[in-house]
Design a protein around this ligand. Structure first.
Ligand SMILES: Cc1ncc(COP(=O)(O)O)c(C=O)c1O
Length: 402
């Protein structure tokens, strides 16, 4: 009998994969490495909002015990109000589950809802959390293309072509990781119609919804399709730079009977782990009330805004590299135009870049992108550091790709 489960063969993340360990080895040897592999703002000097610090101190004594398995009631009330204001209609406060990050929520969803062999449509490129959780539940991720020539929107025709009797759900990540784009309402409505006609559930990971630039507005999927069963995910890791707090949640919305069934299954899973970390839940009302904090990062003069500007200005100077300007989040997913012809293995490409320039990026294959011609830049360092890093990338690409 094998020591580890067979399914582990399909599990992994290039965000913390071999190149990441190679970067740590370089650091152990005393080299300075700029690690652009994770969207972890605190690692780049982003500070906790004052509103959160105050709430933490005020609530310390309240967080000693286990909480309600779904989550503390005042935290769920704040989450309820937030999603109501965004236009989600059919859900109750008990349709909210708070977890240790959207990561734990994804695991709970996969455990409670997916059976062996069922298919879940996931975007390519896709943040690896979801693929891994689907595989861990013995279900099957089926990748639909996002179309770079259409602002990285999901390719609706491709989605239609992938549907089988086993298709259970479709995952959206909007704003997206790794492309950073915001999907158009027209495309969202088309996807809703496909879900409606094929009796599919929608999972909508909207963790970057408060980080959208240029006055653009994020539309929550559940507002566009109140008649469908939709699980909307969100959290505080990004908007309030609290990755280490592990604070995420989901909202189940849609027809009452389906909601009730899903809720009961999720409650069983939530009960097994007794509840989410209490202390992070106590700061949710204060954080969601603090809209100024995320807004300050995305306005001109704000760090995320200026860092995106610096990255794009430097990318513009690299011949043979193109990109779709991101609308939000903290990522951009440039294309090396001749990459598909010249890069046999994009993980090796990222490794060589790391060794040559001491800059760590995650190649497209780390996001289930099937051609070796893209890579993701995490735009979290200060603008000048990013400028220097992108220049180094340009230098490396110009030297190696003709
Ligand atoms: C799209 C997306 N969903 C979920 C997560 C994980 O969030 P959390 O820190 O809440 O587990 C990330 C983290 O980068 C992400 O990019």
């Amino acid at each position: 009998m094998a020591l580890v489960a067979e399914r582990m063969a399909g599990i992994g993340s290039d965000i913390r994969g071999k190149n990441f360990w190679a970067a740590l080895d370089l650091e152990k040897q005393g080299q300075k490495v700029l690690k652009l592999n994770t969207g972890n703002p605190a690692a780049f000097g982003f500070k906790m909002p004052e509103s959160v610090r105050e709430a933490l101190i005020a609530n310390l004594d309240r967080s000693v015990g286990y909480s309600d398995v779904r989550g503390m009631i005042d935290a769920r009330q704040a989450i309820f109000d937030y999603h109501k204001a965004k236009g989600i209609e059919d859900f109750d406060i008990d349709d909210i589950f708070i977890g240790n990050g959207v990561s734990e929520i994804a695991s709970m969803i996969a455990t409670a809802l997916f059976d062996k062999g069922e298919e879940v449509l996931v975007p390519s490129p896709c943040y690896s959390l979801w693929t891994n959780e689907i595989i861990l539940s013995d279900a099957k991720p089926v990748y639909y293309k996002c179309d770079e020539s259409n602002h990285w929107n999901p390719d609706v025709e491709h989605i239609k072509s992938l549907i089988t009797p086993k298709t259970k759900a479709i995952l959206l990540i909007n704003p997206n990781n790794p492309t950073g784009v915001l999907y158009s309402n027209d495309v969202l409505l088309e996807i809703a119609e496909i879900a409606r006609q094929n009796n599919m559930m929608i999972l909508s990971d909207e963790i970057y919804d408060r980080l959208v630039f240029d006055g653009k507005e994020h539309t929550t999927m559940a507002k566009l399709a109140p008649d469908l069963t939709i699980l909307t995910m969100n959290g505080l890791s990004k908007s309030h730079v609290l990755c280490g707090f592990r604070c995420g949640w989901m909202v189940i919305s849609g027809p009452e009977a389906a909601r009730k069934e899903i809720n009961e299954a999720l409650l069983k899973v939530a009960s097994i782990r007794l509840g989410a970390n209490s202390i992070m839940q106590t700061i949710i009302p204060a954080a969601l009330a603090d809209t100024e904090y995320p807004n300050s990062m995305i306005q001109p003069g704000g760090r995320l805004y200026e860092q995106r500007k610096a990255t794009c200005e430097e990318l513009d100077k690299i011949p043979g590299v193109s990109y779709v300007k991101n609308d939000g989040a903290m990522y951009i997913f440039p294309k090396i135009d001749k990459g598909a012809e010249q890069i046999a293995n994009d993980k090796q490409f990222a490794y060589d870049l790391l060794m040559d320039k001491h800059v760590l990026i995650v190649p497209g294959s780390g996001f289930k992108w099937d051609a070796p011609d893209h890579f993701r830049i995490v735009m979290l360092p200060e603008a000048e550091i990013l400028r220097d890093a992108v220049r180094k990338m340009g230098d490396f690409i110009t030297k190696n790709i003709k």
